[in-house]
Design a binder for this molecule. Structure first.
Ligand code: GBH
Length: 447
């Protein structure tokens, strides 16, 4: 196919808690995921594991960066562990924590790989949780201070930041269903409050980053339901657009619950009663505090097919599924960026896309993962269609380079293009790593 735009950013993504390990080394403070996994009163993680060691990237980052370079990775999206650099979240800085990220960033730059930093990928310092976490508005200041310290530290080296990864998962899984740390089950009213605080925190962080590094680009990575049309007709496309942002069905898991606050500076008039009641308590001055990000990152795993009326079309029995049984819906990659762009008019990065497979080492010592190659291939073909139809997508980051700790699913699901043999820590590039290398190196022309 025709190549992607010449400055298109190809890369891979991961997050601190999922790959670093070294959970209590060099002065790092505990975070809510350490506590959640170590909870003696309940087994929250499917295989009873934790991120204590994970991929041990903390000690193996030189090897990992070399492997990325070998495969032609152009950008690495990683997150900083807040408690590693500020152990209690709002107190003294831990220089040894910064030393680790200095090593990582410098090695990436030497390898010609652009570092893209996520400030918050779910590992809240425990000390802040004990002060109320995302329910306590004081966190806005603490997050802003953390962002400022990081941005000042990396000014001139890191040019792209993402403030918060998936505020929707932070809220709905961490404080709603309790599947994720801190494992709370709060009311919808309280979830609305958390969303508002997360939006204020994003905004404060964006201001603080810009104050110390005006050149930096600052984005946010929301998630939620993404709908795509059953048929490519104008009516059906319109229905998919409306269903994507429809707050009357599961408002908690929509992109607009965050992006409307930041970009439109308020909620949509169609909000359900529980949100309306909360909205009435918001100080109008808060809306003037909201910062429009420079770009939107979207994490695309699967979408919901809708008909002309916007109703979800149920997947037929035997519908294609990934290792963890998520539907395979490549079309979402064509329509989601267009719909997000239509509502918000901002540049987009695909900050995550991938799947888990039941990968294992085969008799020949290699890891063959044709399902992953087929999945990524299909999604990338659709992405290109969406871009040709006008979506300004600037880059694509595959989730994930290495197999890693998949939150409440522990190590039972493997998302990497590189296999990690957990007992030894050995990395084995899968077939998909070689395939993706070719995609990156030909700028998509080989697809
Ligand atoms: C991301 O979240 C995270 O940012 C990342 O840390 C994580 O490792 C990665 O995804 C893989 O999970 O039940 O079939 O409808 C993903 C959020 C929310 C995506 C639930 C899939 C439902 C699938 N996920 N969603 S399905």
């Amino acid at each position: 196919m025709r190549a992607f735009p010449k400055d298109f950013v190809w890369g891979v993504a991961c997050a601190s808690y999922q790959c670093e390990g070294a959970w209590n080394e060099d002065g790092k403070g505990p975070n809510i995921w350490d506590d959640f996994c170590h909870d003696p009163t309940a087994r929250h993680i499917r295989d009873g594991s934790s991120g204590d060691v994970a991929c041990d990237s903390y000690h193996r980052c030189r090897e990992d960066v070399a492997l990325m370079k070998e495969h032609g990775v152009k950008a690495y999206r990683f997150s900083i562990s807040w408690a590693r650099v500020i152990p209690d979240g709002d107190g003294p800085v831990n220089e040894k924590g910064f030393a680790y990220y200095d090593g990582l960033v410098n090695q990436l730059l030497e390898a010609g790989i652009q570092p893209m930093v996520t400030l918050y990928h779910w590992d809240l310092p425990s000390a802040l949780h004990h002060k109320g976490g995302w329910l306590n508005r004081q966190i806005v200041e603490a997050f802003g201070r953390y962002a400022r310290i990081v941005a000042r530290h990396f000014a001139g080296r890191v040019k792209t930041y993402m403030t918060i990864n998936e505020p929707q998962c932070v809220t709905s899984l961490g404080y709603g269903s309790g599947e994720h740390a801190p494992g709370l089950k709060l009311s919808q009213r309280e979830l609305a409050r958390i969303y508002h605080i997360l939006c204020l925190a994003h905004s404060e962080a964006q201001r603080q980053i810009k104050a110390v590094d005006p050149q930096a680009l600052v984005g946010i990575v929301p998630c939620g339901r993404l709908c795509y049309p059953r048929q490519d007709t104008p009516e059906n496309r319109e229905a998919a657009y409306r269903a994507t942002f429809d707050l009357s069905r599961d408002w908690v898991f929509t992109h607009n619950i965050v992006l409307d606050s930041l970009i439109r500076k308020g909620y949509d008039p169609s909000i359900p009663a529980v949100l309306r009641q909360f909205a009435d308590t918001i100080d109008p001055a808060d809306w003037t505090q909201m910062e429009t990000p420079d770009f939107i990152g979207i994490n695309v795993y699967n979408g919901v097919m809708v008909d002309q009326t916007g109703s979800a079309v149920e997947n037929y029995p035997g519908f294609p599924l990934t290792g963890c049984k998520w539907p395979v819906t490549p079309e979402v990659m064509r329509y989601a960026p267009q719909n997000i762009y239509r509502r918000y008019g901002l540049p987009i990065y695909i900050t995550e896309n991938g799947l888990s497979c039941n990968d294992r080492v085969h008799l020949d010592g290699q890891v063959h993962d044709p399902d992953r190659i087929d999945f990524l291939h299909r999604y990338l073909l659709e992405l290109k269609k969406g871009m040709d139809e006008g979506a300004p997508v600037k880059g694509y980051l595959q989730w994930s380079f290495l197999d890693n700790f998949e939150w409440s699913l522990g190590y039972t699901e493997r998302f990497g293009v590189v296999y990690v043999d957990y007992p030894t820590g050995r990395r084995i590039p899968k077939d998909s790593a070689r395939w993706y290398a070719q995609v990156m190196n030909t700028n998509g022309e080989c697809l």
